[in-house]
Write a protein that binds this ligand. Structure first.
Ligand code: SME
Length: 159
């Protein structure tokens, strides 16, 4: 499989997601190891969107523990209900935060992060991980991100 992703630098957000979905689907269907797939998905999203931080936290012993990611170092453990990640886990639904300073309890791993989206990854009715994406721009994420990142979360949730 080619490691290069070609896309028009001026293409829209939706066009970019549309372009990478077949590659991500192929990656995930060719490999059963979730960590390996999370690592490659982080790399693809970082390369195509230049997100500030993109990665996964895995549910382990009733805590979120840092998994594969791309970007600056991040906090390693998040309790259920804490921060955006822990809240998305608790509520079992995605959360878009237009301005992290206005989210009560936001956990600032990096002061450069201004907006965020977190998508829970649900397997057999249980959250097994979350996909977290941070931007250094305010109001960066919208329903298009939620739609495609949720599709990615669904792909990776399968056994
Ligand atoms: N901001 C997240 C913590 C994880 S970092 O952004 C990578 C939160 O509030 O849960």
């Amino acid at each position: 499989m080619s490691s290069n992703i070609y896309f028009d630098l001026h293409s829209s957000k939706a066009d970019r997601y549309t372009a990478i979905m077949p590659q991500i689907t192929a990656l995930v269907s060719a490999e059963t190891d979730k960590i390996a797939n999370m690592a490659n998905i982080s790399a693809v999203l970082k390369e195509v969107f230049q997100f500030w931080w993109v990665g996964f936290y895995l549910v382990k012993s009733e805590e979120l523990v840092l998994g594969p990611f791309q970007g600056p170092l991040a906090c390693t453990r998040i309790a259920k209900g804490k921060g955006v990640c822990g809240t998305a886990w608790l509520q079992e639904k995605h959360i878009i935060v237009p301005n992290v300073d206005e989210f009560p309890g936001h956990i600032a791993c990096s002061s450069a992060s201004k907006s965020e989206i977190v998508i829970p990854i649900i397997n057999d009715g249980k959250v097994i991980a979350v996909l977290d994406v941070d931007s250094e721009h305010l109001e960066h994420f919208d329903a298009i991100d939620a739609q495609y990142l949720s599709e990615i979360a669904q792909l990776i949730s399968k056994d």
